[in-house]
Write a protein that binds this ligand. Sequence first.
Ligand code: C2E
Ligand code: MG
Ligand code: MG
Length: 273
Amino acid sequence: MTCYPTTVPVPATPPIGLGEASVGLERAIAHDELRLLYQPIVRIADRAVVAVEALVRWEHPTAGLLTPDRFLEAGHTAGHMPLLDRWVLYRACRDVAELADSLGDAAPEHLNVNLSAPTLATDFTEPVTTALRRTGLPPHRLRLELSEGADLTTLTHAAPRLQGLIERGVGVALDDMGTGSTDLRYLSRLALHGIKIDKEFVAGMLTNPRDHAIVAMLTDLAHSLRLHVTAEGVETTEQLAALARMGVSYAQGFHFAPPLTLADLSGTLLASA
Ligand code: C2E
Ligand code: MG
Ligand code: MG
C-alpha cells in the first residue's frame, strides 16, 4: 500500500482550557463536531490491511481540528468519556458496516475502538451491543482496545462484562502494552485477542537495547499466551524489519499510513485491492 512521509507532526499548541473542553465536549457531541479518522493496521507478511483503528478528533468551531491530547484529559475530568466512547462506538461501527457494504472483500476485516477507563467502570455492554445491533456490524469484526494505563481495579471490575462480550465474538486487546502495571495474571484470566506494543518502545528499539529487550519480551510473552501482537508507531523500514525478525505479525504507524478520513481510507483500500 501507499507509503507516507515518516515525519511526526509535533503539536505546537497546548491543551485547550479545561473549562472550555469540558463544557465543550458534551456540546461537541450534541453539535456533531466530533470526527473519526481510521488508521490501517497491516499484516506484516503481505502488507494486507486487516483492521483499522478509529481515532477521534474534534472539529472545534474556533480552534480547528483538535487531536485527543488537547481534549481527552478534560473529558476525563468532566466525566464525559462514557458519552464520547458511546458516540465513537456507534459512529465507527456504522462507518465500517457501510465500508463493508460498498467495498466487500476490500474492506478491513476488523474495527478497533478504544474504550477509556471511565467507560470500563460503567455498564459498557449496552453501548457495545446497541452499536452492533443498530449498525449490523457482526460482533467478530469489532475489537475493543483497553489502555494498559487503566488501573487494575477498573480492569478487574470490567472483566465479567468483557468476558460476556468475548463470548459474543467481540475481540479485546490490551493497548499501550508496557506502559502500565497490569498484573500478568490478568493476561491469562481474560480471553484476550491480542496486545499492542506501545509506540515509545518501537521508537527506541533500534537505539536503546532496553527498549529492544522489552519489545522482544512482550512479543514472546504474547506468543506463549497465543495472543496476536501489533506494534504501534512504526515509522521506518528498519523498525519494520526488526519487528518482523522478532516475530511481530501486525504493525500500525506512519510508515504505512497516518489516520485517514473514511473517504481517504476507502480510496486507499480500493487502490491497493
Ligand atoms: P492509541 O489508542 O495508542 O492510538 C495510537 C496513537 O498513535 C494515535 O494518536 C495515532 O495517531 C498515533 N500514531 C499512529 N501512528 C504513529 C506513528 O507512526 N508515530 C507516532 N508518533 N504516532 C503514531 P492519537 O490519534 O492522537 O490518539 C492518542 C490517544 O488518544 C490514543 O492512543 C487513545 O488512547 C486516545 N484516543 C484516540 N481516539 C480515541 C477514542 O475514540 N476513544 C478513546 N477512548 N480514546 C481515544
Ligand atoms: Mg488504541
Ligand atoms: Mg496505543
